[in-house]
Design a protein around this ligand. Structure first.
Ligand SMILES: Cc1cc2nc3c(=O)[nH]c(=O)nc-3n(C[C@H](O)[C@H](O)[C@H](O)COP(=O)(O)O)c2cc1C
Length: 188
């Protein structure tokens, strides 16, 4: 798939087949992540690949009620829809995806969030080009202060989470978006 096409047709996917992504394909996606630019070429990222569904369900069950209470005063259309999902039975914040990857950044590295986010977008685009769906799961953040759950992620010493992304073969194909036009100021 051509780069521009991959960028313009990628969508967040939230429904996945049960079959696991082969390790060789996951390694390709991870490798694509590492080709992202990073400040001073420090490449301050590492990856935790989680395929333990029981553990993911435990994290999801912990996060859901906290998310619901955090969103109690948000009443725009998107928030109402998301709250309804969070409250529905059997809903996992990870959408039962077969693979969840936490991108972790070197603690103290000046641009870790930017560097790791660029790395993550590379991974999501590479996944899309390989026929694999993905979605960034910000809801995981509420678990960061839960020591026991964080230990379960086995984050390498000296790193802390930046983003958590679900990956799997898509069981839905959301249409390409119409995004807002670019808000541009030209100075020339
Ligand atoms: C930082 C970040 C956090 C997100 N958190 C969630 C989340 O917790 N759950 C979810 O279903 N989608 C999440 N998303 C996906 C967004 O809802 C999605 O990117 C947005 O609606 C635009 O849709 P698109 O990705 O299909 O273009 C997140 C995206 C980003 C960038």
């Amino acid at each position: 798939m051509e780069a521009i096409e991959a960028i313009m047709t990628r969508r967040s996917v939230r429904k996945f087949e049960k079959r696991q992504i082969p390790d060789a394909v996951l390694e390709k996606i991870l490798r694509a992540g590492t080709y992202a630019p990073s400040a001073l070429a420090l490449q301050p990222w590492a990856f935790v690949v989680v395929q333990d569904q029981k553990f993911l369900n435990r994290v999801s069950d912990y996060c859901k009620p906290i998310m619901i209470s955090l969103m109690k005063d948000a009443h725009d259309g998107m928030s109402d829809g998301f709250r309804a999902l969070l409250e529905s039975s059997g809903y996992s914040i990870y959408y039962d995806a077969p693979t969840v990857i936490m991108v972790v950044g070197k603690t103290g590295s000046r641009f870790r969030e930017i560097d790791c986010s660029l790395c993550t977008e590379n991974m999501m685009l590479a996944a899309h080009a390989l026929g694999i769906g993905s979605c960034w799961i910000g809801s995981t953040e509420v678990a960061y202060e839960n020591r026991e759950l964080m230990e379960g992620f086995r984050i390498p010493e000296g790193y802390s989470p930046v983003g958590t992304i679900v990956f799997g073969y898509p069981e839905e194909k959301p249409e390409a978006h119409d995004k807002h036009p670019a808000n541009v100021t030209w100075v020339r």
